[in-house]
Design a protein around this ligand. Structure first.
Ligand code: UGA
Length: 399
């Protein structure tokens, strides 16, 4: 198998076994492939000339007005045209708007098959080897079978469908996850008003297999490089098709509301009033990545909350065990590499990413370092009784 990329630095690193992203298990897989000789990396597209199947995995970020920006994708397709062998099938792994696979087939004059991925960041290697489903959307049955055959060693149901359904299934899955989290976040707000506990409400829901156990944890909002981008793109597709997808638009609005709600919670916790001013308040942020287990801060709810806190005048210091200065955009948060610096003289702490190691911090010591030992735990990660014993005034979500 040969991997081609236009980024020469990444390719040179990969040839030496240096994986440019933090994904548990991926280093070992790449090292094994390189050692066995079955895996190679290059910037030279001609290396694909003999390939039977080419997997297109080009990023499709959000473009203007929520549409997917297909410039990199289209450039990759164009550059493949003169290279591929006549029998080669193109499998589209990129998340692309409905119709893109069919267009790719026309541009390349050969069968193209939609074959979206459902890998979670931080679990990509595991999810690839243990998929819960494989979707193959192709109009040419033999091309679709050849793509499905790539996964022969894996046990998972295979959905054979047309490219349109396959492309839509990818967006539909991510948008549904977003919907679920927005639902539980609003429910957490309702719990606070009514005196209910979101942990018990969500636990009751989880036990219903029709609802499912996952994606029912309240937080500062859903983020990352996929859910925000894919909800925007699906809303755009629906609008273009003349379908009012209000339920999804509401989930997006609820997500923005969640960022604001966290800020108001912090204001109340730190100043003791809904009207209090955060001007000049030193706040320590615990966690900046969009979720635990990754170094990724793209579209991170932590940064969305931070931007609003800074707008309200707060002075922000942030610590994240996965994020270093190289991958951090800077801006309103001063990134530090020692958690005690986040606590030092802080008027309050805000936990934004659910890193399990935060549970093991020396909380009594951190309480001593703060100016006001107040903590808003937007992930309900910490044991409130333990934090109270450590000297903190603890605020969670939805309880
Ligand atoms: C998501 C999907 O889960 C993958 O199936 C998909 O393949 C991937 O996008 C993609 O399209 O490439 P990922 O971006 O890694 O994966 O992030 P998730 O694990 O889905 O988390 C998304 C956001 O929801 C995070 O900010 C997370 O903290 C938040 N979340 C998740 C909650 O706030 N509560 C929950 O209960 C679950």
């Amino acid at each position: 198998m040969t991997g081609v990329d236009i980024d020469a630095r990444k390719v040179a690193g990969l040839c030496r076994g240096e994986v440019p992203i933090a994904e548990p298990g991926l280093d070992a897989l790449v090292a094994e492939g390189l050692a066995r000789g079955g895996l190679a990396f290059t910037t030279d597209l001609r290396a694909l000339a003999e390939s039977d199947v080419v997997l297109l995995c080009v990023p499709t970020p959000t473009g203007p007005e929520g549409t997917a920006d297909l410039r990199a994708y289209d450039a990759a397709v164009d550059s493949l045209a003169p290279v591929l062998a006549p029998h080669c099938v193109v499998a589209v792994k990129s998340t692309v708007p409905v119709g893109t696979t069919a267009r790719t087939a026309r541009v390349l004059g050969r069968p193209a098959v939609s074959n979206p991925e459902f890998l979670r960041e931080g679990h990509a290697a595991h999810d690839f080897l243990h998929p819960d489903r494989i979707v193959v959307g192709g109009t040419d049955p033999s091309a679709a079978d050849r793509v499905a055959a790539l996964y022969d060693g894996l046990t998972a149901p295979v959905v054979h469908t047309d490219p349109t359904s396959s492309e839509l299934a990818k967006y539909a899955s991510n948008a549904f996850l977003a919907l679920k989290v927005s639902y539980v976040n609003v429910l957490a707000e309702l719990c606070e008003r009514l005196g209910a506990d979101i942990a018990d409400v969500a636990e009751t829901m989880r036990l219903d297999p029709r609802i499912g156990a996952a994606f029912l944890s309240p937080g500062p909002g859903w983020g990352g490089s996929c859910l925000p981008k894919d909800t925007r793109a699906l809303l755009h597709t629906a609008a273009e098709a003349g379908v009012d997808f209000a339920v999804l638009a509401e989930a997006v609005a609820a997500n923005r509301h969640q960022h604001e709600r966290v800020v108001e919670k912090v204001r109340q916790a730190v100043t003791g009033s809904t009207e209090g001013s955060l001007q000049g308040s030193r706040l320590g942020l615990l966690g900046l990545a969009f979720k635990a287990g990754t170094d990724d801060v793209r579209d991170s709810p932590a940064l969305a909350v931070a931007a609003r806190l800074a707008e309200a005048g707060a002075v922000l210091t942030g610590y994240d065990p996965g994020v270093d200065r190289d991958g951090f955009p800077g801006g309103v948060v001063q990134l530090v590499d020692d958690v005690t610096l986040v606590a030092k003289d802080a008027a309050g702490l805000v936990l934004l990413t659910e890193w399990p190691e935060f549970r093991e911090l020396d909380w009594p010591h951190l309480a001593d370092l703060t100016h006001h030992a107040t903590i808003v735990d937007t992930r309900n990660l910490l044991d409130s009784a333990m934090l109270t014993r450590a000297g903190f005034t603890y605020f969670g979500l939805g309880r």
